[in-house]
Design a protein around this ligand. Structure first.
Ligand code: FES
Length: 172
């Protein structure tokens, strides 16, 4: 398929389309291209709303349901906006036995949000997830891909303080 940009596209900007086209030789199968293409959209916009999924389906000429299935299956794709720091709290058996449920509640109360919402400052989203493969660190959280554990209330306090400071430093 040749490179093309439909003017009606809102999320498939020329930059996103260029990234997809650059990926295409490595992923000649459109279904294989789907995941890195979704990643390109998410990196550009921070999340992948339904409208973006529909645009991508049209662009790749695949059924929209294929796109939605992938986005809704993998929690690395966000169907709603998330904060700068996405904190996954594992709620599976090893972590649960070591207090994950209590720690999730603590974290949400500490940040004053509900699960999957974004804090008013745009910094944090907290989400309970299934086993993230670091049971030896239970109870464990994952922040933008980095495992941190075992955690307790004090360590979560430190984490929030550190991330807030980091965000302040990054703000010009
Ligand atoms: S049960 Fe929590 S990381 Fe596996």
């Amino acid at each position: 398929m040749s490179s093309r940009v439909e003017p009606a596209y809102r999320y498939l900007t020329p930059e996103v389309c260029a990234r997809i086209e650059a990926l295409r030789p490595r992923y000649p199968d459109r279904r294989a291209l789907l995941m890195p293409a979704l990643w390109a959209i998410q990196e550009a916009h921070g999340w992948i709303p339904l409208e973006a999924q529909t645009e991508l389906a049209a662009y790749l000429e695949i059924p929209a349901v294929w796109v939605h299935e992938v986005v809704s299956f993998y929690n690395m794709y966000h169907e709603r906006p998330v904060g700068r720091y996405l904190i996954y709290v594992c709620g599976n058996i090893a972590c649960s036995l070591r207090g994950a449920r209590r720690l999730l509640r603590y974290l949400l109360d500490r940040l004053g949000v509900t699960e999957r919402a974004v804090t008013p400052d745009g910094l944090f989203t907290v989400e309970r997830v299934q086993c993230i493969g670091a049971c030896e660190l239970a109870p464990v959280v994952q922040v933008n891909g980095e495992f941190i554990g075992p955690v307790d209330e004090a360590r979560l306090d430190d984490l929030i303080t550190t991330l807030r400071a980091k965000a302040r430093e990054a703000t010009p």
